[in-house]
Ligand binder design. Structure first.
Ligand code: SF4
Length: 438
C-alpha cells in the first residue's frame, strides 16, 4: 500500500487541515508513516505567519530535495498551506523538485499529484472526517479572514471568511462523538465571524446550541476570538450552556491605542476592556488568554510600557507573545518601517514573559484546594494528564482512560500547570474541598 507522511507547522487550523488530508488519503487506501524516507508522498503543511515558521519549512525542503534525488523521482512532494499564495511562480523557481504547491485546504490539488485519474469532487471532502487521535478534536467552522490587520498574511493566503453550514458542522461533530471524541474546539481565524455569510445568518451562539446536545459530546471550545466580533450573545451563551467551556482566547496585540490603529485592529483599548469586563461579569471563573506582538513598526518604549501595564492590569491566564517580523505582502511590510531593533524586541518579549509567569503562577495558586473537572488525555509515569474546563494542564494521581472526566483536587500549581489527585465521588467542581479518596 502507498504511504504518506505529513509534516505540519503553525496554528490549530493547519493541524485540522492536515488531519483532514490524512483522512482523505486513508479513505483512498493510503497508510501513514512516521519515516519520511519510506513515504511515497510527503506533504509539508506550512505556516508563514512568522518568519521563523517559514524558515523551518525552507530548511525541511533542503532535506527533502536530497531525499527526492536519492529516490529517483519515486517520491512526490507537496507544499501546502500559508506559504503558498495566489501565484506560486517564485516558489516553483526556488524549489523546482516540489511536485505541487497547494493553497490552504486545496486538498484536491495535493491528491491530484498521486491520483490524477481519481475524481474527488462532489461529496468526497465534505464526507471525509479526520480519524480522532484522542478525546479532543478540532473542527474548522469558518475559513479565512476579512480583517486585514496590517501585520498579518492570513487574509492573503486563506482568503475571505467562509462559514460551513450548521448542519454540516453538526454532522461532523456527531461523527466525531460517535468515534470517541468528547471535546471539540470550533475553529476560525475570527471564530465569532461564524455565519454572517450564510443565508440564515446564524451566530456562533446558534452553532453552540445546535451541537450542544450531541450524544457523547461533553465539552465545546472555540478559537480564536476577534475582540470586535465578540457579541454579548456569545458571551452569555458561554455562561449559560453547560458544555461550552469558560475559556476565551482574545488577542489584544498591543496595549496602546496608537499602535492598535497602526495595526488596523479596529478597536480601542476601552472597547477591549469592556469585552473582558463582560466576560468576567457574565461567565464567573472564566479563563482568558491573549496574544501580543512586541516591537511592531514604530513602537516606542512608552507604547510598549502601555502593553506591559495593560497585561498587569487585566491579568490574563496566559499570554502568547511574539516579536514582530515583517511578512512580505502585508500592509505593514509595504507601508511601514520595521524600525525596532531585534535586541529591543527580544528585551520586550522577555519582560512580558517574566511578568506573565508571575501572574499565571498567582492565578493558578488560587486554584489549589479546589476540585477541577479534568478531561483525561493521556498518562506519563504514574500520573494521568488532561485539561480543566479553563484549559489548564493538570497532572494527577488517579484512575481512568483518555476520554473519561475526573474530579481532581488541586494540591500544587506552577505558572504552567496544576497537580493533584482524583477525588471520588467528585464534590462540586470549582469549589474548595477537604481531602478526598482515590
Ligand atoms: S483578525 Fe487580523 S490577525 Fe487575525 S487572522 Fe485576521 S488579519 Fe490576521
Amino acid at each position: 500500500m502507498p504511504r504518506y507522511h505529513i509534516w505540519t507547522v503553525g496554528c490549530q487550523m493547519n493541524e485540522a487541515d492536515s488531519a483532514k488530508l490524512a483522512a482523505g488519503l486513508h479513505r483512498l487506501g493510503w497508510l501513514e508513516t512516521a519515516r519520511p524516507e519510506e513515504a511515497d508522498l510527503i506533504v509539508l503543511n506550512t505556516c508563514s505567519v512568522r518568519q521563523k515558521a517559514e524558515e523551518r519549512a525552507v530548511s525541511k525542503l533542503g532535506l527533502l530535495r536530497r531525499l527526492k534525488a536519492r529516490r529517483n523521482g519515486e517520491l512526490k512532494i507537496a507544499v501546502m498551506g500559508c506559504m503558498v499564495g495566489l501565484s506560486s511562480q517564485h516558489l516553483r523557481e526556488r524549489f523546482p523538485f516540489v511536485d505541487v504547491f497547494a493553497r490552504p485546504q486545496a486538498f484536491a490539488d495535493v491528491l491530484a499529484t498521486v491520483l490524477p485519474e481519481e475524481d474527488l469532487g462532489g461529496e468526497f471532502w465534505p464526507s471525509t472526517f479526520p480519524e480522532p487521535t484522542g478525546p479532543a478534536a478540532y473542527v474548522p467552522v469558518v475559513h479565512g479572514c476579512n480583517k486585514f490587520c496590517t501585520f498579518c498574511i492570513v487574509p492573503y493566503r486563506r482568503g475571505r471568511e467562509r462559514s460551513r453550514p450548521i448542519a454540516e458542522v453538526a454532522h461532523e461533530v456527531a461523527v466525531l462523538a460517535e468515534r470517541g471524541v468528547r471535546e471539540v474546539t470550533l475553529l476560525g481565524q475570527t471564530v465569532e465571524a461564524y455565519g454572517h455569510d450564510l443565508p440564515e445568518r446564524p451566530s456562533l451562539a446558534d452553532l453552540f446550541r445546535a451541537i450542544h446536545d450531541t450524544p457523547g459530546l461533553e465539552r465545546i471550545r472555540f478559537l480564536t476570538s476577534y475582540p470586535k466580533d465578540m457579541t454579548d450573545a456569545v458571551i452569555r451563551s458561554v455562561g449559560e450552556l453547560p458544555k461550552v467551556c469558560e475559556y476565551f482566547n482574545i488577542p489584544v496585540q498591543s496595549g496602546d491605542d496608537a499602535v492598535l490603529a497602526r495595526m488596523r485592529r479596529g478597536y480601542t483599548l476601552d472597547e477591549y476592556r469592556s469585552v473582558v469586563e463582560k466576560i468576567r461579569r457574565w461567565v464567573p471563573g472564566a479563563a482568558i488568554s491573549t496574544d501580543v506582538i512586541v516591537g511592531f513598526c514604530g513602537e516606542t518604549e512608552e507604547q510598549f510600557r502601555h502593553t506591559y501595564d495593560l497585561l498587569a492590569e487585566l491579568r490574563f491566564d496566559k499570554v502568547h507573545v511574539a516579536a514582530y517580523s515583517p511578512r512580505p505582502g502585508t500592509i505593514a511590510s509595504r507601508t511601514m518601517t520595521d524600525d525596532v531593533p531585534q535586541a529591543v524586541k527580544m528585551e520586550r518579549l522577555h519582560a512580558i514573559e517574566e511578568l506573565q509567569e508571575g501572574i499565571a503562577a498567582q492565578i493558578n495558586a488560587g486554584l489549589v484546594g479546589t476540585v477541577q473537572e479534568v478531561l483525561i488525555e493521556g498518562e506519563k509515569g504514574a500520573k494521568l494528564n488532561g485539561r480543566t474546563r479553563a484549559n489548564k494542564i493538570a497532572h494527577f494521581f488517579g484512575r481512568g482512560r483518555p476520554g473519561d472526566t475526573a474530579s481532581v483536587l488541586i494540591e500544587k500549581s506552577s505558572a504552567w500547570s496544576l497537580q493533584g489527585r482524583q477525588v471520588v465521588p467528585g464534590p462540586k467542581v470549582g469549589r474548595p474541598v477537604g481531602p478526598g479518596t482515590v
